[in-house]
Design a protein around this ligand. Structure first.
Ligand code: URA
Length: 424
């Protein structure tokens, strides 16, 4: 086979054969197909698309480039959730222990944040002592002992995707639904979960800005999971405004612990419970998440899960050295609170990273004091910015310019928290 033939096939809008897909991904992983050739192919795919069979073959070839995890030795069923990422999306933190407390096993291989959305590992690493990198044996140990493990995906999981994703990031080819769907699903299928719930975010703070694009991505991923024997369902959920009242690593951990303690913002609680029901249903487990939150059993799992990875669940969380309050410039109803603007502000405060090797500030971020649709009075605190260095405030304030709208007697226009549910 020849890389140029494969590129030309897709450039001319024709279907790639199973043999072409298997060969090109294997050769790329081994370094036989060069980055510039894979870039051309990724662009041809972005422009001309792939059909369901091609996407399934592409996904399977990426899975075969590495190892597949096997949890068949566990005494119960595995079930996981993947979010396409959003601002203030800390749901994995209360959700994984909650589902474990209801009898599911949650093997979550997670990532770090890049750009304005946060990564679950960055959030958990703000807990003193907590370790993201585990060996396969350690993962199985934590999962078997506590019912949930959240850790970094090892080098061996879909290495073709690891290489291709880095290339897409610098060649303008991230935004292809076939490539996004196969990238996410190759990792989730290789992770070995039996059931999977996808939380596909929609809005300014999400990858997918419109319900139509999000629905197309969700449908493609549900088909891929189902074809691979993973019971898969997707929810489309709102990311036009931030989720909850905190954005930033340690701030989000604190909010997640509040949820596990029976409190927390209504939207975080609602989405956590909804996703827990979906995860349990997909795995065929009869559980009562509302009770597990109420009776403290989800909190017990959280504490064991954090301790099993070296973390101290009682240790004080890192706090940023500097804070700045943003007050309401006028009285009225908060009719707009843009997820992207708030996410960008948190990122500029130090909560996120610019390049993947950069460190994050654990204490940095934004605490919101008013939610969409609430009435505020002039001079009332709207949000508090947290940063290690006060010089970061100016650019964070610039990101917030126009990100909130206060209107006299106005009503907030917002997406419903759960917009749609997609099944096979
Ligand atoms: N997340 C992934 O893992 N892959 C993509 O292509 C996009 C988001």
């Amino acid at each position: 086979m020849d890389a140029v033939d494969v590129i030309v096939t897709k450039r001319d809008g024709r279907e790639l054969s199973t043999g072409q897909i298997d060969w090109v991904l294997d050769a790329y992983t081994r370094g036989v197909v060069a980055d510039e050739q894979m870039s051309a192919l990724a662009m041809a795919i972005l422009l001309n698309g792939m059909n369901r069979r091609e996407i399934a073959d592409w996904t399977q070839a990426m899975i075969r480039s590495g190892s597949r995890m096997d949890w068949s030795g566990l005494p119960g069923r595995t079930t996981d959730k993947h979010s396409t990422g959003g601002v203030g999306d800390k749901i994995t933190l209360p959700l994984a222990p909650l589902v474990a407390a209801c009898g599911g096993y949650v093997p979550q291989l997670s990532g770090r944040g890049l750009g304005h959305t946060g990564g679950t590992l960055d959030k958990l690493e703000s807990i003193p002592g907590w370790r993201a990198s585990l060996s396969g044996r350690e993962m199985l140990g934590v999962l078997g002992e506590t019912g949930a493990v959240v850790c970094a995906a090892g080098e061996g999981l879909a290495p073709a995707d690891r290489k291709l994703y880095a290339l897409r990031d610098v060649t303008g080819t991230v935004e292809s639904i076939p490539l996004i769907a196969s990238s996410i699903m190759s990792k989730k299928i290789a992770e070995g979960t039996g059931a999977l719930v996808l939380d596909v975010k929609v809005g300014s703070g999400a990858f997918m800005k419109t319900v139509e694009r999000a629905r197309e991505l969700a449908t493609t991923m549900v088909e891929l999971g189902t074809d691979a024997g993973v019971r898969t369902v997707a929810l489309l959920t709102a990311m036009d405004r931030p989720l909850g009242r905190t954005v930033g690593n340690a701030l989000e951990v604190a909010e997640s612990v509040e949820v596990l303690a029976g409190g927390g913002p209504a939207d975080v609680v609602e989405l956590t419970l909804r996703l827990a029901h979906e995860m349990l249903q997909a795995a065929g487990i009869d559980g009562d998440p509302e009770r597990a939150l109420r009776d403290g059993s989800a909190m017990d799992v959280w504490r064991r899960m954090i301790a099993a990875q070296g973390g101290d669940p009682d240790a004080p969380l890192p706090r940023a050295a500097e804070t700045l309050e943003v007050t309401a410039p006028e009285s009225g109803v908060l009719t707009g609170l843009d997820a992207y603007g708030v996410g960008l502000a948190a990122w500029r405060l130090g909560a996120g990273r610019e390049r993947k090797e950069d460190p994050v500030s654990f204490g940095a971020g934004v605490v919101l004091h008013a939610g969409l649709g609430e009435t505020v009075r002039r001079g009332q605190p709207l949000m508090t910015l947290h940063a290690d260095d006060a010089s970061r405030f100016e650019r964070a304030l610039a990101a917030l310019d126009g990100a909130y709208v206060i209107a006299e007697g106005g009503a907030a226009e917002a997406l419903p928290l759960v917009i749609d549910r997609i099944t096979a």
